[in-house]
Design a protein around this ligand. Structure first.
Ligand code: UT7
Length: 332
């Protein structure tokens, strides 16, 4: 193909030099599980759980709150806020670590449930999946590959957590969040800073276990992940701010993956965020919803009035892989 012809065919739509979020939606499962309830099965105490993780409650999905239903509900809300119809969606990226079917079937089923013919793909980046998905969506719309992309983080971590595992059973939870990404003339998703940490590739695993009837359980070397996070996340988050040309005082919110309240507080302090920056603490009543944690936290901050349209929020996801990704977004 001749180069001028290539340029004509592959040029993004006019006014799509940048990517923006046009809508955000979330789905929080109905059932709230207290620390007291968790400790009926787990060898732990509610006081220990609060002290070491900050978690007081978490949401667990019921049998009718499937990955498809939760993902499609969150996506429908993001679409409604964007003022778009399912037929306007060109691509769906579904970030999840608790779908055990694979081969993009979940993405296809969510597309079917929404009633869109959009191409559906899965992002396998565990707890960093939503932020990784936003970066992939941004490059897809700015390249002209698609006009719009739904990014959905959806998890049923309660399906893959061993209720007797002292290192994980009290941490993880279920839920969904979504964002509609489209092209725009002004930037709304900043450059991404992302990577993987090969030395911690086995720090979080999901593998079939004979004792679980051959079904998988998540296992985690929590202290190693904790140490890595408090040591490395501040420089990754700072780099994302710098690449967007921003200082800590220029943003209105810091929304890290909701893994542990002690990690959240430590990274916020290391970043030197001024008191004017709201810090997401959704973990206290939601637990760690993996790929859904950041959009769920964004949703709570918007509902409570801590975040308003036009505000800038610094997102940073990290988790199994070990995979991490940080970017700044403008709230729709
Ligand atoms: O979303 C993916 C990313 N994940 C993360 O970022 C998770 C990061 N890690 C963590 O959040 C923390 O490591 C945990 C909350 C998972 C665990 O907290 P910790 O402070 O690192 O606990 P630990 O494993 O170092 O154990 C400390 C002590 C030990 O007792 P000794 O040896 O000091 O006497 C454990 O036996 O706490 C004990 N312990 C518990 N006690 C009561 C470990 N788990 C429990 C428990 N209840 N559930």
């Amino acid at each position: 193909m001749h180069s001028t012809e290539t340029e004509r065919v592959f040029r993004p739509a006019a006014g799509s030099r940048y990517a923006v979020l046009l809508g955000i939606g979330a789905y929080r499962p109905r059932r709230i599980v207290t620390n007291e309830e968790v400790c009926r099965t787990l060898d732990s105490t509610p006081d220990w759980i609060v002290r070491r993780s900050g978690i007081r409650n978490r949401c667990f999905a019921g049998s009718d709150e499937t990955l498809v239903e939760m993902g499609a509900t969150a996506a429908g809300k993001a679409l409604a806020e964007a003022g778009l119809a399912p037929a306007d969606v060109d691509q769906i990226l579904v970030a999840t670590m608790s779908d055990l079917e694979g081969a993009d079937r979940l993405a296809a089923r969510i597309a079917g449930r929404l009633g869109t013919g959009a191409r559906g793909l899965q992002v396998s980046a565990a707890c960093s999946g939503f932020t990784v998905g936003l970066a992939l969506a941004a490059s897809a719309v700015t390249s002209g590959a698609v006009r719009t992309c739904l990014v959905i983080g959806v998890e049923r971590m309660s399906d893959i957590v061993d209720p007797r595992d002292r290192g994980t059973a009290f941490l993880f939870s279920d839920g969904a969040g979504a964002a509609l990404v489209a092209g725009a003339a002004e930037p709304g998703i900043g450059p991404v800073v992302w990577g993987t940490e090969p030395e911690l590739a086995d720090a979080i695993t999901v593998r079939p276990e004979p004792e679980n009837g051959g079904r998988p359980y998540l296992r985690m070397r929590g202290a190693s992940v904790f140490r890595w996070a408090v040591t490395n996340l501040p420089s990754v988050a700072s780099a994302a701010l710098e690449r967007s040309g921003l200082a800590p005082g220029d943003i209105q919110a810091f929304v890290p993956h909701q893994a542990n309240l002690r990690i959240i507080e430590s990274v916020a302090e290391s970043l030197g965020l001024p008191g004017s920056v709201a810090v997401a603490r959704d973990i206290v009543d939601q637990g760690n919803a993996s790929a859904a944690s950041i959009p769920l936290a964004l949703d709570r901050m918007r509902t409570s009035g801590a975040l308003r349209s036009g505000d800038l929020a610094l997102l940073i996801g990290f988790g199994a892989g070990l995979s991490y990704a940080a970017t700044v977004i403008r709230i729709p």
